[in-house]
Design a binder for this molecule. Structure first.
Ligand SMILES: NC(=O)c1ccc[n+]([C@@H]2O[C@H](COP(=O)([O-])OP(=O)(O)OC[C@H]3O[C@@H](n4cnc5c(N)ncnc54)[C@H](OP(=O)(O)O)[C@@H]3O)[C@@H](O)[C@H]2O)c1
Ligand SMILES: *[C@@H]1O[C@H](CO)[C@@H](O)[C@H](O)[C@H]1NC(C)=O
Ligand SMILES: *[C@@H]1O[C@H](CO)[C@@H](O)[C@H](O)[C@H]1NC(C)=O
Ligand SMILES: *[C@@H]1O[C@H](CO)[C@@H](O)[C@H](O)[C@H]1NC(C)=O
Length: 329
């Protein structure tokens, strides 16, 4: 029986010690990653302060609800809160060991010079109160000083320093974020190892079939940020295409499975092979979002949802378009 289970897990690539609600998959680095996570960016108007504990609470609720992946970044200013949440859940025994959790953080644009990478990661680790992260990402291909001016450090050189940080044991795996296909091609052809992950915007309005196909071919896992896109009326720009949360076709699918429209949107992303990282600081939403591993959509339903892909970006930082490394059209 145990032998059978072991073989089954080996074949499916599911980690034998995996805990939490979502299955884990294997990265090209040989490490395993949960297929669902919590986002912790408080948004453009975000206002994390020393006394704020919204993200700390979110992390605790998420771990209680079965999340085993937390996504943060130095620029979010939430690393300390994430660290406090994790420490509390290890101290109270919800997590038996640090290794049950997969923690992601990111290198900001102002530290792309190769010699700045390891020190930047050490600073993040200090704020997170951890000795290593599971995944360290280059947040954007763009190199930019803190005063806003661009500089020309090639992201391929930054990438080689990421591999050194990994070799020093500060990150178990390394990857990139917001890289387009041409940029990934350069990284792959000009350096000894390819990224384990590319984290990009993926939601119903921006399904990125070409990029997903490319990443699959190169065995690079894809984390999907802003997974709700323009689903919520209050967040959607005037020009944002449908669907919204009250879309009749989505409501119909949701009712069939006794789920919410947000759960249908997340489930669709999981079935595309994407690791969604929805952000919420609201307990019942955190619990609802991860509760999508007990049903599957039909091919018909997937075909229907595919039609919402309009190549529409919710996160399009046009103010960076003068950088030589701006990744979007
Ligand atoms: N790599 C990158 O460049 C990059 C860029 C953007 C984001 N990210 C990562 O991806 C994460 C997610 O993206 P995001 O924060 O932009 O957007 P998102 O997760 O698509 O949306 C977050 C918003 O949805 C609300 N929400 C969450 N669950 C809900 C539910 N079940 N019902 C109704 N509303 C719900 C949240 O409200 P409440 O919090 O008030 O509950 C929040 O306002 C970020 O937090 C960050 O970790 C990475
Ligand atoms: C940010 O937080 C500070 C301190 O808590 C508060 O005074 C200020 O109003 C907040 N700003 C916004 C935009 O929420
Ligand atoms: C940092 O982590 C240690 C356990 O490794 C814990 O004892 C300590 O309380 C944590 N510090 C904070 C500020 O959470
Ligand atoms: C921005 O900062 C960089 C590095 O500190 C400096 O070299 C550059 O001259 C600054 N640019 C402006 C416009 O202040």
């Amino acid at each position: 029986m145990w032998k059978f289970l072991f073989v089954l897990c080996a074949v499916t690539g599911i980690h034998t010690e995996a805990t939490g609600k979502a299955p884990w998959i294997r990265l090209n680095s040989g490490r395993n990653i949960p297929t669902f996570g919590l986002g912790t960016w408080l948004g453009m108007q975000g206002n994390a302060t020393e006394t704020d504990d919204s993200v700390e609470n979110a992390v605790k609720w998420a771990i209680d609800a079965g999340y085993r992946l937390i996504d943060t970044a130095s620029i979010y200013k939430t690393e300390e809160q994430v660290g406090r949440g994790i420490a509390a859940k290890i101290a109270d025994g919800t997590l038996k060991d640090r290794s049950e959790l997969f923690v992601v953080t990111k290198l900001w644009n102002d530290a792309h010079e190769p010699k700045m990478v390891v020190p930047a990661l050490r600073e993040s680790l200090g704020r997170l109160n951890l000795t290593y992260v599971d995944l360290y990402l280059i947040h954007w291909p763009i190199a930019q000083h803190s005063n806003g001016s661009f500089y020309n450090t090639d992201y391929v050189d930054t990438w080689k320093a990421m591999l050194e940080a990994r070799d020093e044991g500060l990150a178990r795996s390394v990857g990139v974020s917001n890289f387009n296909i041409q940029q990934l091609d350069r990284v792959i052809s000009l350096s000894p190892e390819k990224p384990a992950v590319n984290q990009v915007e993926i939601n119903l309005n921006l399904q990125q079939p070409e990029l997903l196909e490319y990443l699959k071919r190169h065995n690079i896992a894809v984390m999907g940020y802003t997974p709700f896109g323009s689903l919520f009326h209050q967040k959607a720009a005037d020009d944002a295409p449908p669907p919204r949360i009250d879309d009749p076709a989505l409501i119909k699918i949701a009712e069939k499975y006794k789920k919410t429209v947000t759960q249908i949107a997340l489930r669709y992303l999981v079935e595309l092979g994407v690791i969604p990282i929805p952000k919420s600081v609201t307990k019942n939403r955190i619990e609802q979002n991860v509760d999508i591993f007990d049903f599957s959509l039909t091919q018909d339903e997937r075909d229907q949802i595919k039609k919402y892909d309009h190549g529409y970006r919710t996160i399009a930082p046009a103010f960076w378009k003068d950088s030589p490394y701006y990744p979007f059209k």
